[in-house]
Design a protein. Structure first.
Length: 475
């Protein structure tokens, strides 16, 4: 029997407090996949109280206990990767190849990385006559997005559980069924009751109830900057810790000594990956003013090679964006770019030729963009690239930092030392040099309105620890 209309609370699948449901749409077909239950405050209270009751005993478990638990979760997760990949592809439109090679395995990767951190982490140290102890932060609330859904769930759940915290998860109601599968993995792995709880629902109801709940000690939120502000406001009254991974408008500096053909083509493809629905996508490409037309031609040619289509087709590069709301937002921003005078090199409004249903967006390249244009400042969250010109390295750094966001940056150069020097000046939490991929052992997070706190690896693990000093311990 399906658990899609139930919540996972205190180790059991339970009926919601209300009869409210929401249609979950397949973005490639615009047809209803199924309905998900929408929770209310009573469901949040039950889940939080379950986590609160479980914290006292779970927080006292040993490192070895938690190593054993994470190892079992990893074992079960591996057996469910095909199911997770298929579900993500169906509900948020990721091509089956991307879902199987990146989306689903990302969750496993975070558990494996966290397990490695847990095995070697020093929880205690002596400072003179004092002992400093790192211990679990408490009951955690997780509010996660739809774009890399299982990745964002796992990179919160794994370190929190490894640290000895208990938790309640509210995934995105747009793509919730992979989270139901995740809860089934937790259950099959034998996670003790109350440690992990799942309540589906929307942000204004379930998200607000979680972030304001007096028994929640920490909220970790991934989503838009606008929603992140609301989470912080709701959490403020109880002075709980809030970690936020928010929006981005990442600058990608192509220096004049880079290989333009390979760098621009590579980064155009990366920008389009996941239909452009990545908060760290390199959407502002900065190129020398004198070579703008050359760069635009390379980017446009690369965009025309991106195959938009059925997520189940072997030759599909990108599928649809996740929803009608997202599709409409992207269309308006593309039109805004045209209206504000940017040069449309390829793509534009409307669906690609031959696609008459589904939320498919044309890979779009604008050149001769100025950094004050809407498409240069607002996060589009679609396969839309803005080419912005600069005069020299100083100008490139200035433009790169001229944004409300600060999540990621990208630099391509034939001179590694030159690239490293510029990387140090970018006000971003991550910088990728010459196409370097992400690293789950390295910290992930942003400056400015891209959020606060860090996820992934040891830095993400430490977000779920409190620091206690015991004076006179070594007298």
């Amino acid at each position: 029997m399906s658990n899609r209309k139930k919540f996972y609370i205190n180790g059991s699948w339970v009926q919601p407090s209300t009869d409210a449901t929401l249609d979950v749409i397949n973005p490639a077909t615009e047809e209803v996949i199924d309905q998900v239950a929408m929770g209310g405050e009573p469901d949040v209270n039950a889940a939080v109280e379950s986590a609160y009751d479980a914290f006292e005993s779970f927080s006292q478990t040993t490192r070895e206990d938690r190593i054993e638990l994470l190892s079992k979760i990893i074992e079960v997760y591996k057996s469910r990767i095909p199911d997770v990949a298929a579900q993500i592809s169906e509900e948020m439109g990721a091509p089956k190849g991307l879902a199987a090679a990146a989306q689903a395995p990302a969750g496993l990767g975070h558990f494996m990385t966290t397990l490695s951190v847990l095995k070697d982490y020093e929880f205690e140290q002596d400072l003179g006559k004092s002992r400093v102890i790192r211990e679990p932060a408490g009951v955690c609330a997780f509010i996660t997005p739809w774009n890399w859904p299982i990745n964002q769930i796992a990179c919160k759940v794994a370190p929190a559980m490894a640290a000895g915290c208990t938790m309640v998860l509210k995934p995105s109601e747009v793509a919730p069924f992979n989270a139901v599968l995740f809860a089934e993995i937790m259950d099959e792995a034998g996670v003790p009751p109350g440690i992990f709880n799942l309540v589906n629902g929307d942000g204004p109801t379930v998200g607000a109830a979680l972030s304001s709940h007096p028994l929640v000690d920490l909220v970790s939120f991934t989503g838009s900057t606008r929603a992140g502000v609301e989470v912080a406001r709701n959490a403020a009254a109880t002075v709980k810790r809030v970690a936020q991974e928010l929006g981005g408008k990442s600058a990608n500096i192509i220096l004049d000594d880079a290989d333009f053909e390979s760098s621009i083509s590579r980064d155009l493809f990366q920008m389009c990956t996941n239909s452009g629905q990545s908060c760290n996508a390199p959407t502002r490409m900065l190129v020398p003013n004198a070579r703008m037309n050359e760069a635009a031609a390379i980017a446009a040619a690369a965009a025309k090679k991106v195959k938009v289509g059925d997520p189940n087709a072997d030759d599909t590069t990108i599928g649809p964006v996740v929803s009608a709301v997202q599709f409409d937002k992207i269309q308006k921003l593309i039109q805004k770019g045209i209206d504000e005078g940017a040069t449309l090199e390829t793509g534009g409004t409307g669906r690609p030729d031959g696609l008459n249903a589904g939320y498919f967006v044309k890979p779009t390249v604008f050149s001769h963009v100025t950094n004050d244009m809407t498409i240069a400042q607002e996060e589009i969250f679609g396969p839309v690239l803005a080419l912005i010109g600069y005069e020299d390295d100083e100008d490139a750094v200035r433009i790169a930092n001229d944004t409300l966001y600060g999540l990621s940056g990208y630099i391509s150069s034939g001179d590694p030392e030159r690239a490293k020097k510029i990387a140090r000046r970018m006000r971003t939490g991550n910088v990728h040099l010459n196409g370097a991929p992400g690293d789950q052992k390295a910290p992930f997070g942003g400056y400015k309105q891209s959020g606060n706190g860090r996820e992934w690896g040891e830095y993400g693990f430490e977000e779920f620890l409190e620091v206690k000093a015991i004076m006179g311990y070594n007298s």
